[in-house]
Design a protein around this ligand. Structure first.
Ligand code: FES
Length: 106
């Protein structure tokens, strides 16, 4: 089921925004070259907030340890030990709202 997250107009190109939907872990929403990306707001290796990072060369950069994740594929670069690729949620812009298929926390 797709969950409504926020107004898509609130997500500006080149920025990452933290959003919470009731009952789900926080997610980060990024827009790059017009496209939206939704992913967990925590790095897969050490739980830092990725919304506190930034976008550079089409990658999300963790602001604490500088892992870089390709927007879209999630492939990790500059990998800290034990850091896997990032997973993205399926998302869409529907009538000016961002919707995504979120996973319930295990
Ligand atoms: S928490 Fe993983 S690179 Fe920072």
């Amino acid at each position: 089921m797709m969950i409504e997250l926020c107004d898509s107009g609130a997500i500006r190109d080149g920025e990452i925004t933290r959003v919470t939907a009731p009952g789900f872990p926080a997610v980060a929403i990024a827009r790059h070259n017009g496209a939206l990306y939704v992913f967990p707001d925590r790095c897969p290796h050490a739980d830092e907030s990725l919304a506190e990072g930034w976008i550079e060369d089409g990658r999300v950069v963790c602001g604490v340890h500088f892992a870089e994740f390709e927007l879209g594929s999630g492939e990790v670069h500059n990998r800290p030990v034990g850091c896997p690729n990032l997973s993205f949620f399926r998302c869409e812009d529907r009538d000016g709202k961002v919707f995504a298929t979120l996973a319930v926390e295990a």
